[in-house]
Design a protein around this ligand. Structure first.
Ligand code: TRP
Length: 473
């Protein structure tokens, strides 16, 4: 049956795919600014502690559940205990919510990559100054590039585990890393880069005293999203892993690699801003306005276009290797169902079905022009306008509304329930048996037990409450 579902060709292939899932817009766009704005080195310290306590633990739990059951999110919980199938459904629901808006953003990245490529060849890549504001209200453009990005996902995911996702990740991830190094080195040579490193690294421990819970929830939420945890993504990827591979080693390598790339991204983005006198800012502005201005006006000329192309191409790779993992969560759900019924997986068809549903679900996040609304030239209004709700983060645009449901509610809940189930219902032994199935000794059983039973549930409860309050603020 395993071969029928597909399997990773090698452990390295699995790691590159899993790190590919983890390394995404969250690393390049979310991490640098959040780290800098929340105490720099002090934030980093909290982030690292949380990654060690919760990140590695939940990663291990998800990989173990996936490999033990050999099923995607829904099938895995169903085969552990029928009455917990809903936990798997929360994961697939999050997958649908995220893959849509993630692909809308991916589409914009694709547009920027092409824009700089056109510039390089002397054509006009960006028709206006303030391109981002123009672009998000350009509905045919937004939807077209959204569809193009989704098509890339379909092509890769329908190729299968080793023949599609692994094959792509094995080329894409080394390329991403190499380009990132080039950008970091180039940026480091610009006068004024030091301001970026200072913003990113210099610790301000006073924020821990004045605003501890805010730092904690920002770091924990960022870490979970960045590690692709809480929705069964790693359950699904783990389900394609051979019984001979070392689960506990893998569940440390992935978070370490993800954190390194997040820091490297910070060392590319923030010093570039400071070198060209740009304000550090969060949100879409950082990736699509500030960085574009850095390349077109700051660096300028041929080198600016070249660096701009390289930078957005690397963001594009990061976004693709992440969104394919989200689409795979949805696709695996259908494939598992078919295999249960004794049918062949029909992966190509199932991928297409799920991608089309995801595309339709995600359409509002493109059609409201990221909150531009009909008044600003978009084709749809945001949830606040549409349903007459008060304007808050979760209703200001469809993207944030979906993000609220997935990242704000379903994912912390999913991670919390999984930890409680492992800690108190299935037992830590389930994890250690699965780890030792490969002949590797399970080190730190006590450590993980304490994390599953107490630490992860408590931290997740804090994240859940904090996310809900901030999205409703
Ligand atoms: N980790 C990716 C990022 O940092 C996003 C992502 C991919 C994700 N798969 C996921 C987030 C599953 C949560 C769950 O951008």
């Amino acid at each position: 049956m395993e071969n029928n579902r597909g399997q990773w060709g090698s452990n390295l292939g699995f790691i590159l795919a899993a790190v590919g899932s983890a390394v995404g817009l969250g690393n390049i766009w979310g991490f640098p600014y959040k780290c800098g704005a929340n105490g720099g080195g002090a934030f980093l310290l909290v982030y690292l502690i949380l990654a060690a306590l919760c990140g590695v633990t939940v990663m291990l739990g998800e990989l173990a559940i996936g490999r033990k059951t050999g099923r995607g999110a829904v099938g895995a919980y169903a085969s552990l205990a029928k009455k917990y199938t809903w936990v798997g459904y929360m994961g697939v629901a999050s997958g649908f919510l995220i893959v849509g808006f993630y692909s809308v953003l991916g589409g914009i990245v694709l547009r920027y990559t092409l824009g700089f490529l056109l510039n390089l060849f002397g054509a006009v890549g960006f028709s206006t100054d303030g391109f981002f504001g123009y672009w998000i209200a350009n509905m045919p453009g937004m939807v077209g590039f959204y569809a193009a990005f989704m098509l890339i996902n379909i092509i890769i995911v329908s190729g299968g585990i080793s023949g599609g996702i692994e094959k792509f990740s094995k080329i894409a991830m080394p390329a991403l890393f190499a380009i990132l190094v080039v950008v970091i080195v180039f940026v480091a040579c610009q006068p004024g880069a030091a301001g970026g490193y200072k913003f990113l690294f210099v610790p301000d421990f006073s924020v821990l005293a004045s605003d501890f819970f805010n730092v904690l929830k920002t770091a924990a939420g960022q870490m979970f999203f960045s590690l692709s945890l809480g929705m069964g993504c790693m359950i699904t990827y783990g389900s394609y892993l051979s019984k001979k591979e070392d689960l506990s080693g893998n569940s440390v390598i992935i978070p370490v690699a993800d954190t390194i790339v997040a820091l490297m991204a910070g060392m590319a983005v923030l010093p570039a801003c400071s070198a060209y006198g740009m304000e550090f800012g969060g949100g879409p502005g950082l990736l699509f306005v500030t960085m574009q201005t850095v390349f077109t006006q700051g660096m300028g000329g041929f080198i600016g276009n070249l660096m701009g192309f390289l930078f957005y191409f690397l963001v594009l790779i990061a976004a693709i290797t992440s969104s394919i993992s989200l689409l795979e969560v949805c696709t695996a759900f259908l494939i598992d169902k078919r295999i249960e019924k004794g049918q062949d997986p029909a992966r190509k068809k199932m991928t297409l079905i799920m991608a089309v549903i995801a595309f339709v679900v995600g359409l509002p996040t493109a059609l409201d022009g990221l909150g531009t609304n009909v008044a600003g030239g978009a084709w749809m209004n945001n949830p606040a306008e549409m349903f007459g709700l008060p304007v808050m983060t979760a209703t200001a645009d469809w993207l944030d509304f979906y993000d609220f449901l997935a990242e704000g509610v379903l994912m912390p809940l999913g991670a919390m329930v999984m930890s409680i189930l492992i800690g108190w219902v299935f037992g830590n032994k389930m994890v250690s048996d699965e780890v030792e199935a490969s002949g590797h000794k399970f080190k730190g059983a006590k450590y993980f037990e304490v994390c599953f039973k107490f630490i992860v549930p408590v931290i997740m409860a804090i994240v859940l409450v904090a996310q809900i309050t901030s999205f409703l603020g």
